[in-house]
Design a protein around this ligand. Structure first.
Ligand code: ATP
Ligand code: MG
Length: 330
């Protein structure tokens, strides 16, 4: 069965964009493929978080993914730092990763500009660590957003290079596949800016209390000028409809479409309805989240089982790699 792998950065709580854009695709993938979902805590070291931060953010994100329905019985869900085999592969890959190509990676250049006092080698070799994450399970497919495309190109390059260098076909060339092809939907921000995102600061989080969700939705930008019959919708209004199509029933969407078309749409009414439908759609997740967060032992157990399964696959690959390079197995 084809192997699918996806890394999840523990950079904050999950929002509607993460959920409808990525996690819902993961839920489908775990039914069809041999999936590995890992929490990329090593990657977060490139910006030096504190020890408490690392522990807590990995746990928080694990609880949220489980609450969304990622199933440790169906997929291997693990924390990156629990699988040290990755680091050994990272070392081997670094031996044939070149300064020039690493310096040319756009995300490196951006990070280097943002944190000029901390342009560390980890930042530079982010693409080799990402390649190691993927190749350690010899994954075939990696669902990624556009921002990761260049890193995926590098992962393919490192995979091919290793195979050529040692005249082997040990690593498959990992293919990116877009989550939109798996039903992922781009969720807009409600502040008139393009997408909902943590960096944009415009998120509705899955863990937001209903009262918070109501407040956020009621504040959505709608100042769109006078309506004329059947006119195309300005972006801010189209955004409300996009979200509504995701969380509300067809009848509800049609009702408000009708209102828009005959110029009787009251934005306040639409937002009230939208808020309630977001709350209803996300309620089961919030309920499960409360349960997981009250059971730290359960979270530990899930992480431990995930780590065991991941290490089994990782050590099998590493043993082949060692043999190929000429090292003894320990
Ligand atoms: P950051 O602002 O730090 O980039 P983010 O909010 O964009 O954070 P990511 O951690 O970059 O979230 O994304 C995790 C996953 O969620 C990715 O697969 C990404 O494509 C998806 N995603 C993020 N925002 C949206 C959105 N608004 N609509 C659809 N998918 C999204
Ligand atoms: Mg992003």
């Amino acid at each position: 069965m084809e192997i699918v792998l996806s890394g999840i950065r523990p950079t904050g709580n999950l929002h509607l964009g993460n959920y409808y854009g990525a996690v819902t695709s993961f839920l489908k993938l775990q039914e069809e493929y041999n999936c590995y979902f890992f929490i990329a805590d090593w990657h977060s070291l490139t910006t030096h978080p504190t020890p408490e931060n690392i522990q807590n953010s990995a746990r928080t994100i694990l609880a949220e993914y489980l609450a969304c329905g990622l199933d440790p019985e169906k997929a291997t869900i693990y924390i990156q730092s629990d699988v040290p085999e990755t680091i050994e592969l990272y070392l081997y890959l670094n031996m044939s990763a070149y300064l020039g190509e690493l310096e040319r990676v756009t995300s490196f250049k951006e990070k280097a500009r943002k944190q000029p006092d901390n342009v560390n080698a980890g930042l530079l070799t982010y693409p080799t660590l990402m390649a190691a994450d993927i190749l350690i399970h010899r994954a075939h497919k990696v669902p990624v957003g556009k921002d990761q495309e260049q890193n995926m190109e590098m992962a393919r390059k490192f995979s091919r290079r290793f195979n050529q260098m040692y005249n082997t076909d040990l690593f498959p060339e990992p293919q990116s596949f877009s989550m939109s092809s798996e039903g992922g939907i781009k969720i807009p921000g409600l502040d008139g800016s393009g997408k909902m995102g943590k960096s944009e600061g415009n998120c509705i989080y899955l863990c937001d209390e209903p009262s918070v969700i109501r407040k956020k939705v009621m504040k959505a930008v709608t100042d769109a000028g006078p309506q004329t019959p059947n006119s195309p919708k300005p972006e801010v209004i189209a955004n409300l409809f996009t979200l509504m199509r995701v969380v509300s029933s067809n009848d509800t969407v049609e009702y408000f479409e009708g209102k828009w078309n005959d110029c009787t749409l009251r934005y306040g009414d639409m937002k009230k309805q939208l808020a309630e439908d977001i709350i209803t759609a996300t309620n089961p997740i919030r309920e499960r989240l409360v349960e997981y967060n009250s059971q730290p032992d359960l979270l530990d157990r899930v992480a431990r089982i995930g780590a065991e399964k991941a290490r089994e696959s990782a050590s099998a690959t590493l043993s082949l790699v060692r043999k190929t390079i000429g090292f003894r197995n320990y």
